[in-house]
Structures are given as structure tokens and as C-alpha cells.
Ligand binder design. Structure first.
Ligand SMILES: [Zn+2]
Length: 304
């Protein structure tokens, strides 16, 4: 299950990793999104998807839940710097587990994207993988030697909050000049929407890039350059063999990736740049829900 600010996606898979049912719901911007409402809808969608797969809820060995928030290892609690403020301090595994009467594993959504691209997508076979989730915000996940590397409080790989400008604007995380403030989807929509009220979502931006809209392509290219600079720092530290670029903005393809690669080439140690391939993710909007499946199939199940 992948729950974001505007969507809930559910995938049901068997033990051979074959996806046997998928469901999704988009939420309207004016709907109420309290944690309780979201959890109720998510639980209902799981019940519907399992029914569609021809199985019983009692056949399910576990549920993986991805959220756009850092998840503190061991406690399952969500950190404060997330884009679901109503969920801060909540233990979604307990809340959802009570609704479904099933063990629930909770993980940061970008970490799940990393896991699914490593299992099924563009990250297969990588020994040191960096995954970027370019959506409303910017998330990152690391899979090292086949395992997620979370860090102590779940923020490892969070490249969106790498500061590029010590005198820049204050970010929701409390720092200044974070990458997300200049290259996150919300920032792009805000800049482009100033003179153009028809631009209201990241999907609009992606559509305009595909249509060849010059200001929009320039903005996305500049975002790619900023991401490449920040990525240079991460590539120097981790020395990965692959970077998989996912999230909604990844659909802009080379318009984003060419300047990103160029900036990376100027920002990291040459031998580290030579060792890394930067590729577009192949799972698109399904990456996080599939990652939740991979999480349950990889992690030891808690006792029921
Ligand atoms: Zn920040």
C-alpha cells in the first residue's frame, strides 16, 4: 500500500512476487485528509483488492505501507519532517493493523521505491543503489548489498534536504536552501503557476514538457541541474553503481536527465562519476506499492 497526500495505491502479490490485483484511488484537493479518514479508506481499499484477487483477508501474511515520511526504526513512528503533518507521532502500523487484523510493516515511500526498482525494475543487479523520488517533494532511498539502508532515524538518502544555499529560504525541515525548495514538484508548480493559473499540479508540468512548452522545459532542466549538484555529494559519499530516477517528474525523461547527468559530472569525483549509471525508473506510479510488497516478502514477519 502506498499512501500519499493525494492518493492511495494498493497491490496484492503472491509469494512468487506475482502481482495478482491492483487498485488505486486519487483524492480530490478539497477533501478532508485526516489520518483517520485516510487509514479508513486505505483499509477499505485493501479489503477490496484482496477480494478482487480471489483470496481471503485471512490468507494475507502481511501488509506493507509506504508513507511520505521518515519512519523511525524499531518504533514504526513517523518523524516530524513529513508532508502528512496530521500523521506526525502516529504509529500507522498499529492503527492499520487494528483495522485489518494483520501485521503491518511501515516504511518511507522513497525507500520502498528503491526496494521495488531493485527487485523488479531499473535497479536490478545493483550492489549500491540510489533511488530518487521526484514528486511533490524530493525523497531518496538506498539499497546497499541487497538491503535497505535506513540510517538510525530513517532519513538516510534524504537528498531533498541537502542544503545548496546557506542563505536560501527556510524549508519545512528547518534548514535553509534545501534542494526541495528549488527542484521539488511543489516549487516547480508554484513558480510556473504564478503567471499561468492553468498550471496547478506536477502532472500539468509533465504534460507541458511533453508538449514542448519552452519555459516549462527550462524550469525542469534547471531542476535537473540542481538535483545533479546535490546528487554529486551523495555519489561522493556512497559511490553507487546506479542511480534510478523515479517519481512523477521522472516522466520528463531526457529534459530532466541530461542536465542532471551534466551537473553530476561536474560535482562528484571523476572515478565515482565513471562508476555510476543514471537511469530512469521503469515502474512509474506503481513503484511504491510494489515496494511495499517487496518489503513484506523480504522482511521477517512479526508474530501474529
Ligand atoms: Zn529541507
Amino acid at each position: 500500500m502506498d499512501v500519499g497526500r493525494r492518493h492511495v495505491n494498493v497491490a496484492v502479490a503472491d509469494l512468487a512476487h506475482t502481482v495478482i490485483a491492483e487498485r488505486g484511488e486519487r483524492l480530490q484537493p478539497d477533501e478532508e485528509h485526516t489520518a483517520e479518514v485516510m487509514l479508513d479508506r486505505a483499509a477499505a481499499l485493501v479489503v477490496a483488492a484482496v477480494e478482487e484477487s480471489g483470496h481471503l483477508l485471512s490468507d494475507v501474511i502481511g501488509v506493507g505501507l509506504g508513507l511520505p515520511a521518515p519512519v523511525v526504526s524499531g518504533t514504526g513512528l513517523l518523524g516530524a519532517s513529513n508532508i502528512l503533518p496530521a500523521w506526525a507521532g502516529l504509529a500507522p502500523s498499529v492503527e492499520l493493523g487494528r483495522r485489518l487484523q494483520l501485521p503491518v510493516h511501515v516504511e518511507n515511500d522513497a525507500n520502498l521505491g528503491a526496494l521495488s526498482e531493485h527487485t523488479w525494475g531499473a535497479g536490478r543487479g545493483s550492489e549500491a543503489l540510489v533511488y530518487l523520488k521526484l514528486g511533490t517533494g524530493i525523497g531518496g532511498g538506498l539499497v546497499i548489498n541487497g538491503r535497505l539502508f535506513r540510517g538510525i532515524s530513517g532519513t538516510a538518502g534524504e537528498i531533498g534536504h541537502l542544503s545548496l544555499d546557506a542563505a536560501g529560504d527556510v524549508c519545512r525541515c528547518g534548514n535553509r536552501g534545501c534542494l526541495e525548495l528549488v527542484a521539488g514538484g511543489a516549487a516547480l508548480v508554484s513558480v510556473l503557476g504564478r503567471g499561468r493559473p492553468e498550471v496547478r499540479s506536477l502532472a500539468d508540468v509533465v504534460g507541458l514538457v511533453a508538449d514542448g512548452d519552452a519555459p516549462c522545459r527550462r524550469l525542469v532542466a534547471d531542476a535537473g541541474s540542481s538535483i545533479g549538484v546535490a546528487l554529486g555529494g551523495l555519489v561522493n559519499l556512497i559511490n553507487p553503481d546506479r542511480v534510478v530516477v523515479g517519481g512523477e517528474l521522472a516522466a520528463t525523461g531526457q529534459v530532466l536527465l541530461d542536465p542532471l547527468r551534466h551537473a553530476l559530472g561536474r560535482s562528484a569525483v571523476p572515478s565515482a562519476v565513471e562508476a555510476v549509471d543514471v537511469v530512469q525508473g521503469t515502474l512509474g506510479g506503481r513503484a511504491e506499492a510494489l515496494g511495499a510488497v517487496a518489503l513484506v516478502l523480504r522482511e521477517p514477519s512479526p508474530t501474529r
